[in-house]
Design a protein around this ligand. Structure first.
Ligand code: NAD
Length: 486
């Protein structure tokens, strides 16, 4: 099966911070992949800009190197054609340097789409937005793309939103959460809203609980100074994990359109029950073992109380989800790198096959974002063969790759889809400002609370599943986390 490619009209994209890590590893390789696939038409322009003075050729060489590393499948011909679309202008977000030149390079505002990807630190969002507007670089339909962190609490998120709103309408602002660009996440929406099968089961009568896990094997070395100010809750829960929770918990929107989908997500965020029981949140920090440095060593702050792991039990105060726990966990230096949502259904009310409670099986719909993106439905079946009535659990592959003759289909990186959505003007997979604020409004009191209590994170071993207390969070409810496969 060949994925259908719908070309977009020619556009101008300005990557601000084009020499940075995100642009080098993700953004520019993703643009190349779309170009290689034939989705970016002739006449489109990609203009890199950053503080560094670089000639056009030097920038093209820099991009060529990054493509060798991060988009190794392109052939020489398409790489050369892609490089020919690239231009570079040095600008400084803290001064007027370069901005007029950029405006001249873009030319008079016409009706073609102009997008500005702010791949720079958030403190530059406001000055850059101002310069785009003041120099007339933007046009009526221009778009601005920003990345996390979108604030570090409700007040700073509001301030950031207000700064952007001074220059751009909300319909022009694209706040990326790359988890939403994952193929499987969109498939989850298809599964829920294009099939009548799951909807009647999608509530507290049939769902026992939901687990959302984003586990990483890496530590914080390299970005320790930043991370130590932030911690796992702000870095991961406020955005990625809560966005995934929203997609599981939201009501069916009336249409698959940006504001109808985002309205429903917002309702979920506003219905999150306050987390006022300290026992429902476990914070952890990895310790050093052998040659593996501790968190404190990695961030150069041995007394740090910042969490590199957090697990919590959230609840949603509405009819659909009353009484259903949503267990969220994320952390660094864990046993494996996995991002997964597991929807665990109630066991059958009575087993006709065994008197043992241990033999009661639960169906699990597992949505795996990485590695090996896919959706499986855990089913209990009879073990094949003549050996009597023995039950086994097995996974039904709900991605149907073989059936669709799509086993060789390369799933595009989330950034490929999201950047093209910006050009198409589709905000469905981007966070609206009020969603970001609602998520902070729920997170802020947790952080305030543990600051007030002087809460110290529990230590856990590297390559483990996190602190013991996180396991107990589910044990005390008679449940178990899904294994983090070694
Ligand atoms: P980076 O520090 O590697 O790069 C920043 C870029 O900004 C560089 O090109 C630099 O030249 C440019 N820059 C710095 N000061 C400037 C100035 N005064 N004027 C003009 N340009 C200036 O950062 P990054 O990792 O690429 O991250 C960029 C943004 O994306 C940040 O907001 C970051 O939080 C966010 N983000 C990054 C990642 C990632 O994987 N790197 C992931 C999620 C979010």
């Amino acid at each position: 099966m060949v994925a259908s490619i719908v070309p977009v009209p020619p556009f101008d994209l300005v990557v601000i911070g084009a020499t940075g890590d995100l642009a080098r590893r993700k953004l520019i390789p993703s643009l190349f992949e779309r170009f290689h696939a034939g989705q970016i038409p002739d006449g489109s322009r990609i203009i890199g800009t950053a503080r560094k003075q670089l000639s056009q050729d030097a920038f093209r060489n820099y991009v060529a190197e990054s493509l060798t590393e991060f988009a190794p499948n392109g052939n020489a011909e398409s790489v050369a054609s892609f490089l020919a679309t690239l231009d570079y202008v040095a600008t400084d977000a803290t001064s007027e340097v370069g901005w007029e030149k950029l405006a001249n390079r873009l030319g008079p505002a016409d009706r073609r789409v102009r997008a500005f990807y702010l791949s720079v630190a958030p403190r530059f969002f406001a000055p850059v937005a101002e310069k785009i507007v003041n120099t007339g670089s933007g046009n009526q339909d221009c778009r601005i793309v920003v990345e996390k962190p979108l604030g570090h609490d409700l007040a700073s998120a509001r301030e950031l939103n207000a700064q952007l709103a001074r220059h751009f309408d909300e319909s022009q602002v694209y706040r990326i959460d790359h988890y939403l660009g994952k193929e499987t996440v969109q498939n989850l929406m298809a599964l829920r809203f294009a099939n009548a099968l799951f909807e009647p089961l999608w509530n507290s009568h049939h769902i026992d609980h939901v687990q959302i896990t984003v586990a990483e094997t890496v530590g914080v070395a390299g970005r320790g100074g930043y991370y130590d100010q932030i911690g796992a809750t702000r870095d991961m829960v406020q955005n990625h994990l809560l966005q995934l929770l929203c997609l599981i918990a939201m009501e069916p929107p009336s249409r698959f359109r940006s504001d109808t989908v985002r309205d429903e997500k917002l309702k979920v965020l506003r219905a999150l029950a306050p987390l006022d029981n300290p026992g429902d949140i476990i914070r952890g920090q990895y310790r050093g073992v052998g040659t593996t440095a501790s968190y404190g060593e990695d961030v150069g702050n041995p007394d740090s109380r910042t969490e590199s792991f957090v697990a919590l039990r959230a609840g949603i105060d509405n009819w659909r989800w009353a009484g259903v726990p949503f267990y969220l966990r994320t952390g660094k230096r864990l046993r494996s790198r996995v991002s997964e949502i597991a929807v665990v259904f109630h066991a059958a009310p009575h087993s006709i096959f065994s008197d043992s409670k241990a033999d009661m099986h639960q169906n699990v719909l597992a949505i795996r974002l990485q590695p090996n993106e896919g959706i499986t439905l855990g089913m209990t079946i009879k073990e094949p063969g003549p050996g009597g009535m023995r039950l086994i659990d097995t996974d039904l592959d709900m991605t149907f790759a073989e059936r669709l003759d799509a086993t060789g289909l390369v799933i595009p990186d989330a950034y490929e889809r999201l950047v093209m959505d910006v050009i198409r003007g589709d905000q469905t997979l981007f966070m609206r400002g009020d969603e970001v604020e609602a998520a902070w409004a729920w997170i802020d009191p947790l952080i305030e609370d543990w600051k007030e209590r002087g809460d110290a994170p529990k230590l856990y071993d590297p390559s483990s599943s996190g602190p013991e207390d996180a396991l107990m969070l589910l044990h005390r409810d008679g449940r178990r986390w899904r294994e983090l496969a070694a």
